[in-house]
Design a protein around this ligand. Sequence first.
Ligand SMILES: [Zn+2]
Length: 226
Amino acid sequence: MSTLPIAGAGLPGLARGEAARGERLARLSGQFLRRLGADLRGVPRYVVRYTILVLAFFGLLSVWESQGDGPIPSPCLLRTLDPCHVSAPQCILEGVGDQARWQALAAALAILDQVHPAVASWVRQRREAGALVFSDEYCRGRDRQASLARYDHFRRRLILQRPLFSETDGEIAAVLCHEYRHSRQNFAKLMKCVLSFVTTAEGDRSILENDALLYEHEARLAIFGR
Ligand SMILES: [Zn+2]
């Protein structure tokens, strides 16, 4: 009697294993495709929902911005004081005390009392409220205005950098007008400016700066007559 294995005797077992693996693969593929289909069906709903939310947000922002910045006083011509004098150049030095720097602003505030009384009283209010900061920073850069003074919209603080004291009294008064104009800006403008840094690398500072630069220019014309 022959003891050789009969060719094909194991094939039914192998075929059953292959069939089971095929079924499992088909089942998993089906599950995956059903899940993917469900996710893809949800995509338009999310897109529509978030598009509506974004449009509603920007719509509300525009309505808020359209409320404007409120009444802004116009400048009067400077009558008697000398705007070209540099009153306290020593205050540019590092470590000069706040009181000395505050007194160094007296001549600029006297100019503002004639040209822009509202700006003068705003600066004095900032001082009384502890929201006038004399900074020892010295950062002469491309942005001249920022190296002299800036307004912190969030903390409502006026920050004066020490290079400001190398300017003439009239120039200091004009810079204070610039910062005052920032303080009157609608908060929606600030939000738009912040969002511009999300959409572009450089952002769009002109949203805030245009108003302030124009106001500073008007103040400079009233102070220096040019
Ligand atoms: Zn500015």
